[in-house]
Design a protein around this ligand. Structure first.
Ligand code: CP
Length: 303
């Protein structure tokens, strides 16, 4: 993976993804190795973030690296009209690797083609979020002991949820994944992502009722309805409360069920679920540090 950008999750092979998960185990056991002391990482966030930005920064700081960048592009020369091309050209002169989140789909791919500085896509619009995908895979493997033969339900905004798109593509690489897709009619998984499942020789079922899947799945992957992606706020109002998971709904779920959510949540998981042993979303967010350490070390040729 040395010097290779990560833009879409299928830029890396299944073997390469598994290798990163293996390296992440090493960092989980020992996260404070000073291997990045000679490196500067740029963190360019053109969209808000808590977990992705801060877990990258924590990962880099724990490894002894330095971080430059911005959390709000209005404090950069983008505000004066500078293009993304010129921004990337310039930041490449100051850093060894760029982590970038941007609201426009395809922006990270564009950035990766400007020069040889590796780019990690930290989310491009409603398209992909490959580092979230890696930590989701790590969390699934850690809680289920395998990435094969799993029933996974994706619930909520499957149309705009970039974490869902990346994880469906990744889990299509594994044996016998059974996809249960729960969404309002208006927010179904895009056709291209569903075709990826079929072209991998797997199948999916679509539902509108979350209760139809809770008792049969190993992973319940809840998502937020992405208000910021709707062109018409009235359309968001119609679907915003489509799914609210409550503790009582989990009574007959499988013992090995784990509830994941990329976070932030709005109201789709009631706080009474937080104390259920099957709730795993905060541990999932913590796993992001180890997986991002593994990815940085791999791309910089240190693992
Ligand atoms: N999961 C995720 O991308 O969260 P943030 O938007 O807080 O980075």
């Amino acid at each position: 993976m040395k010097n290779r950008s990560l833009i879409s999750i299928n830029d890396y092979s299944k073997e390469e993804l598994l290798k990163i998960l293996k390296i992440a185990e090493e960092f989980e056991a020992n996260p404070r190795q000073k291997i990045l002391s000679n490196y500067v990482i740029a963190s360019l966030f053109f969209e808000p973030s808590t977990r992705t930005r801060l877990s990258f920064e924590s990962a880099i700081n724990q490894l002894g690296g330095r971080v430059i960048g911005f959390t709000d592009s209005s404090s950069s020369s983008v505000k004066k009209g500078e293009s993304l091309r010129d921004t990337i050209e310039t930041v490449s002169l100051y850093s060894d690797l760029i982590v970038m989140r941007h609201p426009i789909e395809g922006s990270a791919r564009f950035a990766s083609e400007i020069n040889d500085t590796p780019i990690i896509n930290a989310g491009d619009g409603a398209n992909q979020h490959p580092t979230q995908c890696l930590l989701d895979m790590y969390s699934i493997q850690k809680t289920q002991g395998t990435l094969d033969n799993l029933d996974i339900a994706f619930v909520g905004d499957l149309k705009y949820g970039r974490t869902v798109h990346s994880l469906v593509i990744a889990m299509s690489m594994f044996k016998n994944t059974r996809f249960h897709l729960v969404s309002p009619e208006e927010l179904k998984l895009p056709r291209a992502v569903k075709e990826f499942i079929l072209s991998s020789g797997l199948t999916y079922e679509q539902y509108t009722d979350i209760n139809a899947v809770i008792e049969k799945v190993d992973i319940l992957y809840m998502t937020r309805i992405q208000a910021e992606r709707f062109a018409d706020p009235i359309e968001y109002e119609k679907v915003k409360n489509s799914y609210i998971l409550e503790n009582s709904m989990l009574e007959n779920s499988k013992d090995n069920l784990r509830i994941l959510h990329p976070l932030p949540r709005v109201n789709e998981i009631n706080e009474d679920v937080d104390t259920n042993d099957k709730a795993y979303y905060f541990q999932q967010a913590q796993n992001g540090v180890f997986v991002r350490q593994a990815l940085l070390a791999s791309i910089l040729g240190l693992r």
